[in-house]
Design a protein around this ligand. Structure first.
Ligand code: ADP
Ligand code: MG
Length: 834
């Protein structure tokens, strides 16, 4: 079975909206059904449950065409998650031996196996290596590149032959898919070549945030208009629009590729790749170029052909690039050698060659990242070995805690607690990330961990990103811990000096076993006698240094970080490779999914009625406003105005409160407290309610300008309601007319699965935007492939583990450790990697 193909089919189906895609021979559901109709791969070790599951999943696909959209979506998500889990189970690390085969079902890759013979170390497409060519040679000295061109290339950061080799295309145009305009059929991915008839870029007269770009092209068979949409006021600038138009002058030859769809102006391409060619057929003619053409990231005024030419001239030097990966490892993981990969990423012979080249280069990115993270973890653990740990298997405190809990733990919570307790028993310090959707009940898990540490005689600290949150945790903890006679204190920036002195004293003497707080906890004056466990809530809101600062207040304490941001598993692994991850993948019983609708301005009256009805029944509502303007002042003004409008004009009969970012913590706390006590019916807020405010009586969440939020952020906001067993509502108000914006928001109408939503967010906005490329430290192409090539990431992890198990200091592979050091500086230096 080809697992990769199956995974790709599933992700494509999700990406294209669960339409039961028609493949060349089968529909999506037929394909998946037929894969599951066979036995699971013989080298998989599955237990009875999973074998049954395999068959059961398969049989459900026969009904797929009949399913409604949300059901399709859930089946696909479930299948992907199951596959992912099972696949991970198969990868028990194996000793790394030259003859060792990967124990997992590795998709057979005939190409990789034979690549060495087929391609040799130098691809047939590149001219022989000129004697003078070297990697450090300035591009200017290449034949055909003059000083003027070199200057332009320098603007892209391309100075030497090596730079050009590592300037990876952002895409490729596949001329093997080239068709005439008349032959384009809906649903096919094609490349069209034509001349520009007209090009216009303008802002919609009805919507100042929507800018439309239309490019009309013609070939001998017909004409077609390509469109792109830009959303945001910044694109309304005429100068920007004009510069875009200038890129496609009348008569220019362009190639465009993309998925054919029906548009308002007839057939068009969805989100087309458009590329200006020097002349029709210019590139097909040029010798040695295959059918697949690289498209490079460019800046204005730098012709695409110039970059292509520079790369092509530099290409023979790829053979000079040293491949630091041990040959055995390359063989085991079916990887191309580096020179070949570098050549094929630019000018691939076939789509398969391109895929293999990309696989190798993406593998490298992850491999070095994982090596670095694992090595760091190893070092940390070696240092920590001398520290005695504790034995909190069970104990009085924990047992009593379970007794006073007003509810039964979910199985997922119990599992999380068990994993954490096992970590605490382990002599090596814990470094675990606890992920759980909003409302999944992470706090209880945290408290269990704290009590386990406390009953073994350690001090503990819980740090939250805002005072409001710290205060809320404190409240919960006091409620529970006072019954257990465990003292707990709150330390924030607003703690009065006398109280603060007292807390500091008690921490130093060890009298105080648990302190909850904000950044105030990491001030130098805060000192513990024996800090054994640190818990950090909403970990992504803290920087590495802040987390490290708290950690350093103990001697290698155990660390538990918690997040409700459902980063897809792959990203977690990529970004936090040195963390262990626990997921709470289940909500407490009895929760009804929040009824979610995307509403238009025309629906306002109905929304008001809904809010009135809910409030009349004793419930409460949130109204969330996004940050719109560049200036905080203006945002504040609009929040104040909206509050006033709602209070005076729309809901004069109700009590409307206001919460915004410019209030001090105690002002915020006062308002939230009033809301909690039901002294307010409606809370108008800028995004501060996003994190963790827990008011179970609230049943309506109205989000204005919902299109301005990321899906995951909206999911978090929605999590503020529906915390009880009554029906709750989330209304996503948007005036946006963009098709994409609406499709994006509709994901929330249909799904309540935080991981699924996060993944859709990544697909719509791209990982760079969601995660921040800078933050992740990974290049865009690697991030992008995270969504599709999860396989490679796991392999890279496995390879790094194997290698380090054999050779912790990488002494046997000097080139490898040299490259690792170079990359370390780039990846682990300033980023937010743990
Ligand atoms: P989050 O994971 O978002 O931090 P919380 O820990 O705030 O979630 O829990 C959300 C709500 O669910 C809280 O009011 C909490 O008391 C409640 N809760 C937690 N676990 C359970 C459970 N097993 N059964 C019922 N309610 C629970
Ligand atoms: Mg929480």
């Amino acid at each position: 079975m080809d697992l990769q193909r199956l995974q790709r089919a599933l992700s494509l189906e999700a990406e294209l909206g669960f339409t039961n895609l028609q493949g060349r021979e089968q529909t999506f559901s037929q394909f998946v059904g037929s894969v599951f109709g066979q036995d699971p791969p013989s080298d998989w070790v599955l237990d009875g449950d999973d074998r049954r599951r395999w068959r059961e999943l398969g049989s459900r696909y026969t009904l797929y065409p009949e399913l409604e959209l949300p059901e399709r979506q859930h089946l696909v998500a479930e299948t992907r998650r199951w596959l992912e889990r099972v696949r991970r189970q198969q990868e028990q690390p194996q000793p790394f031996a030259p003859t060792g085969r990967s124990p997992r079902s590795h998709p057979p890759s005939p190409l990789a196996a034979s690549s060495q013979q087929r391609w040799g170390s130098q691809s047939p497409i590149s001219p022989p290596l000129p004697a003078s060519l070297s990697l450090e040679q300035p591009l200017q000295f290449l034949k055909g590149i003059g000083p003027k061109s070199a200057e332009k290339l320098a603007q892209l950061g391309l100075h030497t032959v090596r730079d050009a080799l590592y300037y990876f295309p952002r895409d490729h145009l596949d001329y093997s898919q080239q068709v005439l305009i008349r032959q384009a059929k809906v649903g096919e991915t094609v490349t069209l070549v034509g001349t520009v008839k007209s090009c216009t870029c303008f802002t919609s007269p009805k919507n100042p945030t929507l800018t439309i770009f239309n490019l009309k092209i013609a070939d001998k068979s017909g004409t077609l208009t390509l469109s792109r949409f830009y959303s945001g006021r910044q694109f309304a600038q005429r100068s920007w629009q004009a510069s875009l138009e200038r890129q496609y002058p009348k008569g220019a030859v362009v190639a465009a590729s993309g998925l054919v769809k029906k548009g308002r102006l007839g057939l068009t391409l969805d989100n087309p790749q458009i590329e200006v060619l020097a002349s029709e057929g210019s590139l097909q003619d040029s010798s040695g170029v295959g059918k697949i053409l690289p498209v490079y990231p460019l800046s204005e005024g730098i012709p695409a052909d110039l970059v292509r030419k520079a790369v092509q001239l530099a290409l023979p030097a790829a053979a000079l690039v040293e491949d630091p990966l041990p040959p055995d490892l390359k063989q085991q993981f079916h990887l191309l050698d580096l020179p070949t990969a570098l050549q094929q990423i630019h000018f691939p012979e076939t789509a398969e060659c391109l895929a293999q080249a990309r696989r190798r280069l993406v593998f490298d990115e992850f491999f070095y990242l994982q090596l670095g993270l694992l090595q760091r973890r190893q070092r940390y653990r070696t240092q920590a070995q001398a520290v005695p740990r504790y034995q909190p298997a069970r104990g009085e405190l924990l047992d009593r805690f379970y007794q006073i809990l007003p509810f039964q733990l979910t199985a997922a919570q119990q599992r999380a607690i068990d994993e954490i307790l096992a970590d605490l028993r382990d002599p090596l310090p814990m470094n675990r990330l606890l992920q759980g959707d909003v409302g999944s009940g992470k706090t209880v898990v945290a408290v269990a961990a704290l009590l386990a540490a406390i009953q073994s005689g350690w001090q503990t600290a819980l740090m939250a990103p805002t005072e409001v949150l710290a205060e809320q945790h404190y409240r919960k903890l006091v409620e529970w811990l006072s019954q257990l006679q465990v003292p707990v204190e709150l330390l924030t920036g607003s703690t009065p000096p006398a109280k603060r002195r007292e807390i500091l004293r008690q921490l130093q003497t060890g009298e105080l076993p648990l302190v909850v707080g904000t950044h105030a906890l990491i001030q130098p004056a805060v000192q513990f006698r024996n800090l054994g466990l640190v818990i950090i809530d909403e970990q992504h809101r803290f920087g590495v240094e802040q987390r490290a600062a708290l950690q350093q207040k103990g001697d290698h304490p155990d660390v538990l970080t918690m997040t409700a941001t459902p980063i897809p598993r792959t990203l977690t692994l990529a970004l936090h490779g040195d963390l262990d991850v626990t997921q709470i993948d289940e909500l407490p019983p009895g929760r009804k999914p929040v009824h979610t609708v995307v509403a238009r301005p025309g629906d306002r009256l109905q929304v008001v009625r809904l809010m009135e009805r809910e409030i009349a029944q004793g419930r409460q509502a949130y109204v969330v406003l996004p940050l719109i303007e560049e200036s905080e002042k203006l945002d504040l003004k609009s929040a104040i105005e909206e509050h006033q409008r709602l209070q005076e004009k729309v809901f004069p009969q109700f009590r409307v409160g206001l919460l915004h970012g410019r209030m001090t913590s105690s002002e915020k706390e006062t308002v939230i407290e009033a809301f909690r006590r039901r002294e307010l019916d409606i809370l108008v807020s800028t995004t501060v309610v996003e994190v963790g405010v827990d008011v179970p009586n609230a049943s309506v969440m109205l989000v204005e300008h919902a299109e301005r939020f990321g899906l995951s952020q909206l999911h978090q906001l929605r999590g503020r309601v529906g915390r009880g067993s009554d029906q709750a509502y989330c209304i996503l108000m948007t005036g946006s007319k963009g098709e994409d914006a609406l499709r994006r928001l509709k994901v929330l109408e249909q799904s309540h699965d935080g991981f699924f939503i996060a993944e859709m967010d990544l697909r719509f906005r791209g990982p760079g935007e969601v995660m921040g490329t800078r933050q992740s430290g990974l290049p865009d192409f690697a991030l992008a492939s995270l969504m599709d090539d999860q396989e490679v990431l796991h392999l890279a992890r496995q390879a790094a583990e194997q290698l380090l198990a054999l050779d912790p200091d990488l002494k046997r592979w000097p080139p490898l450790s040299r490259i690792l050091e170079e990359r370390q500086a780039r990846l682990l230096g300033p980023g937010l990697l743990t």
